[in-house]
Design a protein around this ligand. Structure first.
Ligand code: NAP
Length: 292
């Protein structure tokens, strides 16, 4: 079994981006990070994004409206950032509080600044295989992890567990693209799928993104498969100072001995998500400057 080291691969990408940003004429790329409220996981994700931006030479603008912000006020904030020619990318950290319509906010962001790739136009471009769009960072990171680990998907059976807009659906679209490294045959499973284990056992590459701790067990995996564990779940653990530990959607102890390759949690897909956000921001800077 080979461990796919997301930290190492993300560090390579970050070094490449740093070198790339140094060659950019004019001002630095600028990423607006909007975080509503003080949700601890969101605080830690935004801090990580800010630190990585600084490492690469991307300017970050931090905007932290209170949890009481209304939909109209958040729209007005996004409109302001859309109109600001000094801002290349806008990220509104998910999840938003329940009183806000997340999808409406994502599509309010100008498509050419939508570095999270959730805007309807960018999702449409992904379906059309138009590379001028932005692809959601986690699925883009999964594909990059696979490619940089020497895995080609062509002709393989990829089973995606989960059909969310953020991970499952775009991951399936990417894996089936008409590209030399993609060209996979894809099955997408969700909570209403019958005979789930029979399907997952057919996977040459299994991508688990369901948000259920250690759901995928050894009996669900074909020996020699490649397993990408997207899940980030906090489970109580009295031995930890924080009172919890992070675990994926895959039961690592029983599944890993079976696999050809597997990603750990943490240290697999997570760091790639941040690296791909940075890549999208640099792409936005290049595209925006070529338009002006
Ligand atoms: P989500 O929006 O809750 O979607 C979960 C998907 O899993 C849904 O499609 C759901 O089916 C399906 N599902 C739930 N229970 C199932 C079951 N018992 N059997 C089969 N399918 C089931 O979650 P998400 O945003 O995609 O995130 C998934 C996981 O990835 C979470 O742990 C999240 O924290 C993690 N994540 C990690 C990163 C990272 O950077 N590492 C980024 C994003 C997300 P239905 O559609 O039928 O409800």
């Amino acid at each position: 079994m080979e461990l796919i080291d997301g930290n190492k691969i993300a560090a390579e990408i970050i070094a490449e981006l740093k070198a790339d940003v140094a060659t950019l004429p004019g001002r630095k790329p600028c990423l607006a990070l909007v975080r509503v409220g003080e949700d601890p996981a969101s605080v830690s994700y935004v801090t990580k994004k800010q630190k990585t931006s600084a490492e690469i030479g991307i300017e970050s603008r931090l905007i932290f409206p209170p949890i009481t912000i209304s939909q109209q006020e958040l729209f007005a904030l996004v409109d302001q950032l859309n109109a600001d020619s000094g801002v290349d990318g806008i990220l509104v950290q998910s999840p938003l509080p329940k009183h806000l319509n997340e999808l409406a906010v994502f599509s309010r962001i100008a498509a050419h600044k939508d570095v999270d790739g959730f805007h309807t136009l960018n999702l449409g471009k992904l379906a059309q295989e138009d590379d001028t769009g932005f692809v959601a960072c986690t699925p883009a990171g999964i594909m990059e992890l696979l490619q940089r680990s020497g895995v080609t998907l062509s002709g393989k059976h990829v089973v995606v567990l989960g059909r969310s807009l953020i991970v499952g659906k775009p991951a399936a679209l990417l894996a089936m693209q008409r590209k030399a490294w993609a060209n996979a045959t894809v099955t997408v499973c969700h909570s209403q799928t019958a005979n789930l284990a029979a399907l997952t056992r057919q996977a040459d590459v299994l991508i688990a993104a369901i948000g259920k701790p250690e759901f995928v067990t050894a009996d669900m995996v074909k020996p020699g498969a490649i397993v990408i564990d997207v899940g980030v779940n906090r489970v109580p653990d009295a031995t930890k100072k924080s009172g919890f530990r992070l675990t994926g959607d895959v039961h690592f102890p029983s599944v890993s001995p079976l696999c050809a390759k597997i990603t750990p949690v943490p240290g697999g897909v997570g760091p790639m998500t941040v690296a791909m956000l940075m890549k999208n921001t640099v792409k936005a800077r290049r595209q925006n400057s070529s338009e002006s």
